[in-house]
Write a protein that binds this ligand. Structure first.
Ligand SMILES: *Cc1c(COP(=O)(O)O)cnc(C)c1O
Length: 346
């Protein structure tokens, strides 16, 4: 029996979710005629306090569509150097939208990757002068995957979006794990989404749907996003089968993210009890545990191998960095077992 903590994308649709999928009413979504997709889009737009939403096959596509709708080729966007949209989306910013990226390197008090604050972006907008690239878009991520899975504090987010707005920048939030932030803080999704022109959310991570994300924004923005989704090959037909899984996840799998967070705390405590390991960005807040391995002890790859031999799968995401991720398909007992093995690594 393996305990797979590599990612929250590994979740399997539950029997009840599969049943909801099997029973979904469908139509051709490229024609805008899939009632289940339409229902999901209305629901997620409302949940995030925006006018409209677009269902997409992946979070990558939702983010890349957002970059495309807010920019013109040759423009510049600002984001954290560890942002998913920049690091883990195959250079799509440049390839799909012809946009250049200016990255910022926030650090946590513990020295690991941190969260962007206003003082780090002030002054970065290029002057309105024909020589310069046009700074157009600010992208944030909440929770921040590579930033220790932390919740970007609301006041910090508000300061950043207000600043962007004052300077005429568009704003996009990569909210692949926004519901983790909602459950961790009790702050509603619409409040987190408030200052942003667009927000992407993911149904296939912690929420446990097999496929799908959504991009939300104004009706006008989402109308343009529709065109880009088709351009990027994301126009799907009887997609209601997938949307039904996402609707099921919104009904049944949001509150339970608190279990994943409690499980991550069990792992974090084990890390803190092992002198060879430390929490890379400080205290764990959600379902991601980023672990720094002391180089005099082992490499990340060695730690991954050692744990794998004992049935626990985690990811090496740097020479000395390991990530463990809790999700729908790991039980408290399995997490306790994994924690024992992490604590005993020596
Ligand atoms: C997983 C993830 C995405 C999108 O991933 P897909 O696999 O393309 O759905 C976007 N942003 C963040 C922060 C993620 O963790």
């Amino acid at each position: 029996m393996t305990i797979d903590l590599r990612s929250d994308t590994l979740t399997q649709p539950t029997p009840a979710m599969r049943q909801a999928m099997a029973q979904a009413e469908v139509g051709d979504d490229v024609y805008g005629e899939d009632p289940t997709v339409n229902r999901l889009q209305r629901r997620i737009a409302e949940l995030l306090g925006k006018e409209a939403a677009l269902f997409t096959p992946s979070g990558t596509m939702a983010n890349q569509i957002a970059v495309g709708v807010h920019t013109s080729p040759g423009d510049e966007l600002l984001c954290d150097a560890n942002a998913h949209v920049y690091v883990w989306e195959c250079g799509g910013i440049a390839r799909l939208s012809g946009v250049t990226t200016r990255t910022i390197h926030p650090r946590s008090p513990q020295g690991g990757p941190g969260l962007l604050s206003l003082s780090e972006v002030e002054g970065l907008i290029r002057p309105d002068d024909g020589h310069y690239v046009r700074t157009r878009l600010l992208c944030l991520e909440n929770t921040h995957n590579r930033g220790g899975g932390k919740v970007h504090p609301l006041e910090q987010v508000r300061a950043l979006t207000a600043w962007a707005k004052r300077h005429g920048l568009a704003t996009h939030l990569d909210g692949a794990r926004l519901f983790n932030a909602v459950v961790a803080t009790g702050v509603p999704a619409a409040t987190w989404a408030e200052g942003f022109d667009t927000v992407s959310v993911c149904f296939s991570k912690g929420l446990g749907a097999p496929v799908g994300s959504a991009l939300v924004g104004s009706s006008e923005t989402i109308a343009r996003a529709h065109r880009l989704r088709k351009l990027f090959g994301g126009g799907m037909r009887q997609a209601g089968i997938l949307a039904a899984a996402a609707l099921y996840a919104l009904d049944h799998h949001v509150e339970r993210l608190a279990d994943d967070h409690a499980h991550a705390q069990i792992l974090a405590e084990a890390v803190e009890r092992n002198p060879h390991l430390k929490l890379e960005s400080g205290p764990v807040e959600t379902n991601l545990v980023w672990i720094e391995v002391d180089p005099s002890f082992a490499t990340a790859a060695q730690v991954v191998r050692r744990l794998k031999e004992q049935g626990v799968f985690v990811s090496a995401l740097g020479d000395q960095v390991v990530r463990a991720c809790t999700h729908l398909n790991v039980s408290t007992e399995q997490v306790r077992q994994a924690a024992r093995l992490i604590e005993q690594l020596g």
